[in-house]
Design a protein around this ligand. Sequence first.
Ligand code: AMP
Length: 433
Amino acid sequence: MSDDSSNPPYGILKGMKDVLPKDEKYWRTMYEKAQELADAYHYGRIETPVLERKELFTSSVGEDTDIVNKEMYEFEDNGGNEVVLKPENTASVARSFVSHGMRVDSKPKKMWYWDQFYRYEQPQSGRFRRFHQFGCESFGVKEPVVEAELINMMYTFFSELGLETKIHINNIGSPEDRENYIVELEGYLKSKKSYLSEHSKEKLESNPLRILDSKQEEDQPIIEEAPQIIDWIEEESKQYMMDVVEYLDKLEIPYTLDSTLVRGLDYYNDTVFEFFEPGREDKAQSALGGGGRYDSLTKQLGDKEEMPAAGFSIGLERVLKALRRKEQEEDFELEEVNQNNVFFAQLGEDSRKQALNLIDKLRQEGLFVDHNLGKKSLRDQLELADEQGAEYSLILGQKETKNGEVIIRDMDSGDQRTVAQKNVVEEVRELVD
Ligand code: AMP
């Protein structure tokens, strides 16, 4: 039986959401900000297919992660390939980097994406089965300035949207450091097993690192006393972290060094970071975004040698929610985008026939024009104009049609004047500018 039987037969699947016109101002504002930043930092856009081979994620994100072993939408395609709906993009972008031989391109090779992802999770607040991310990946350079710049980009994205954020940062060392640390951590956690939450007990065998991310109350004292990765990483990694945060200090970006932050995916090494809303740092499923360094990923995916790389991704549904919360709690309102500032109303058969030509001319000039040529009464049409927040209505009656004129009505004051149709584009342009 389906786990979704409470939904009507043609209803949307559990945990999935449509993106609706009513939320356009949020989506458009976030997209424009992302694009603006990507351009300013000289990132090129990449789009990878929504379907990828399952193997891509099992061998990079890791078999023992929730994302891979519990949450992938997987099936066999018509050709017998085991495929999955992308649960994340770093592995796909790295796959594309390798398959297009981008290692010979000039470095850093910087790419950004805006995409949708699928994870078969237990849906809850801020956690869906389909969600969107804006992300950036930078290949080719291992220097602290790369992470500093990625963090700066994220920080700017949020602050320019009006959102305050708290940054947590850590260094998890090399894969070998991590392996040694995990052995120590596992030993420690096993000695405390009977005090751990049920969820963490399950993780003990498969991915003990993830226990450090647990938000269960009973796990907290155990996590506090746990061995810390900082004691297991090489001097070089410690210095690397200090160099990253020195840049952040210079950029006046506040951060917290968080030794429990591990971002349990297998491909990370050294720097990892996450962004939270202030006051929501301890809430499960509340990170707005995160990222880190992944120097071995392209090699794991078949490239000849290692290629240093780092990147981030931002969860857009969570950003949207944060923007909405800010609108509710503060004196803040995100501006509507591209509201139609002109409504075109007509009266009579001849006018209606002439209307589309005029509307077309106005639109070609970049004006946002709406109409409802199906309505006959002027009153109904003006009511609609009002509802849509139009600044001006253009009215084409029988007399105006005959005389080659059109009426411009200021919707706020109700003032009207008649202008020649041949001048209407310039007249309206002047008004709305
Ligand atoms: P991750 O790389 O898994 O940490 O994901 C990066 C960001 O994507 C997170 O910080 C969230 O903001 C967002 N995200 C991850 N999974 C989901 C989900 N199931 N639903 C909504 N947003 C998500």
